[in-house]
Write a protein that binds this ligand. Structure first.
Ligand SMILES: Nc1nc2c(ncn2[C@@H]2O[C@H](COP(=O)(O)OP(=O)(O)O)[C@@H](O)[C@H]2O)c(=O)[nH]1
Ligand SMILES: [Mg+2]
Length: 221
């Protein structure tokens, strides 16, 4: 009989160990790490930029930008005066714990108390790899449609918070917010959902209060 071995499990098991180690190491160093996932163009960089500006008096936020190529996002964050680093995954569609550790090590000065990893734009692969982050956050933007929880359930299941963005564009899309919330809650009853617009600022204070509260809770855990 031909022998078949399943390799995915070995990869994810070893990544899970690295991720747990990184999480504990970051706790000792006082760095609260959040993994931000979504489809390309849903508004990750825009949301992070606004959050950094809004919370500038309260906390130093740094960003690790993961992309296949370019450094446009890291440059945008850098222009705000925040710490940023660009990671290139050379075609890989996710970030694992080893890559995240390399990113943290490269954030040289590390005055950031909260660090976001802006994961590769993709609703599938990033959800499968534990990055070592303390919280997972995802974005679903209005133009993507309210059926995405049905098509890409894993990311919604893995996330602690969901930002439904581009609410300012609601008049132009037939996005059913109640249906989206119902579908997401069916997959993950404890997920926190924040409808926001990073453009107008709508709903941003609820998201930012949640972020600060999570940080406080984590510091004192
Ligand atoms: N109308 C509107 N456009 C937005 C909002 N957030 C982001 N965008 C736009 O969506 C596009 C992609 O945003 P970006 O932050 O680069 O998305 P990323 O690829 O997920 O990082 C840009 O043209 C943004 O200006 C929003 O809340 N409302
Ligand atoms: Mg981006």
């Amino acid at each position: 009989m031909m022998k078949v071995i399943e390799l995915k499990r070995t990869v994810t098991d070893s990544n899970d160990r690295d991720a747990a180690q990184l999480r504990a190491n970051l706790k000792r160093r006082g760095i609260f790490l959040l993994n931000l996932m979504s489809a390309p163009g849903s508004g990750k960089t825009t949301l992070l930029s606004r959050t950094i500006r809004d919370l500038a008096e309260k906390v130093n936020i740094g960003v690790m930008e993961a992309d296949i190529a370019s450094s446009v996002d890291a440059a945008k964050i850098h222009a705000l005066g925040a710490e940023s680093i660009q990671m290139h995954t050379d075609g890989m569609c996710h970030v694992d714990a080893g890559m995240t550790r390399a990113g943290i090590d490269a954030l040289a000065a590390l005055r950031s108390e909260i660090v976001f990893l802006e994961n590769i734009g993709n609703l599938i692969c990033p959800a499968e790899f534990d990055t070592g982050a303390h919280k997972n956050v995802m974005i679903l933007s209005l133009p993507e449609g309210d059926d995405k929880p049905l098509k890409y359930p894993l990311m919604f299941q893995k996330s602690d918070a969901l930002l439904i963005t581009k609410m300012d564009a609601a008049p132009y899309f037939d996005f059913d917010l109640d249906a989206a919330v119902r579908r997401v809650k069916a997959l993950n009853p404890s997920i926190r959902i924040f409808p926001v617009s990073a453009k107008t600022g709508l709903g941003m204070d609820a998201w930012e209060s949640w972020l600060l509260a999570q940080w406080e809770e984590w510091k004192h855990a």
